[in-house]
Design a protein around this ligand. Structure first.
Ligand SMILES: [Zn+2]
Length: 232
């Protein structure tokens, strides 16, 4: 009886001691991925290539930039959306010469969020605005129609998750890509739609306003003045 008691106690001690290592940093990040309240597809799951290089993003960021992909077209299941992610990544690395897919995340018409550069890496989605923002691409051409409800809902839930995880400031501003660069992105229909979303900000109104955006760091403003380039 005594022997058994000792045995049980030592078992209890062992499992208590084992606890901390069961919650390693990687594993807790993994747990965060699984705690999203929408389908989330990791880079591994869509078979991303490794980034050429990475620069850390300073968080929490004050802005979220919404994009559409235009090409590839909207995707409606995991297989199509994973293929869209791979084609965007190939285009951005091989044709644009960037270090990885440009967006922080993308969202498909299947209602799933797809991991791009993620929360902690500087994106290449909005020239001169990457250091202060997370870029979310709604896969598809949204010039004439708005993305399906599930896709819009997941994009909003992803932003809310970013705030909750501390990567996006609670008082963040939401803008369309055309507000920081001369581009039609994110398409007229989607742009009109995001004007109704929480935190939409009409400022900046165009790339000509960038020097007046107080959150943009001086080295980036210097690059804007000199027409310089920044890491991509
Ligand atoms: Zn864009």
């Amino acid at each position: 009886m005594m022997m058994l008691r000792v045995f049980l106690l030592s078992c209890a001690c062992a499992s208590v001691l084992a606890m901390p290592s069961a919650f390693s940093k990687d594993q807790s990040l993994e747990n965060e991925v699984h705690s999203y309240n929408f389908p989330f597809v990791t880079r591994e799951q869509w078979q991303a290539r490794s980034p050429v290089k990475k620069t850390p993003l300073q968080t929490p960021v004050p802005f979220v930039v919404i994009h559409h992909s235009y090409i590839p077209a909207a995707c409606y299941d995991k297989e199509q959306c994973c293929a869209a992610m791979r084609s965007m990544q190939n285009f951005h690395i091989d044709d644009r010469g960037w270090w990885d897919i440009g967006y922080s995340f993308a969202v498909g018409s299947d209602g799933a969020a797809y991991e791009g550069r993620g929360w902690e890496t500087l994106g290449a989605h909005a020239l001169h605005f990457n250091t202060v923002s997370i870029g979310i691409c709604l896969i598809g051409d949204w010039r004439f129609e708005v993305p399906p409800a599930e896709q819009r809902k997941t994009a909003m839930a992803l932003i809310a998750a970013g705030v909750e995880l501390g990567y996006i400031k609670p008082d963040y501003k939401l803008v369309g890509h055309r507000q920081v660069r001369a581009t039609e992105c994110p398409g007229d229909a989607l742009f009109n739609e995001i004007k109704t979303w929480d935190h939409y900000s009409p400022f900046p109104n165009s790339h000509l306003d960038l020097l007046s955006v107080e959150e943009i760091p001086d080295f980036v403003k210097e690059a804007i003045r000199n027409n310089g380039t920044l890491p991509v």
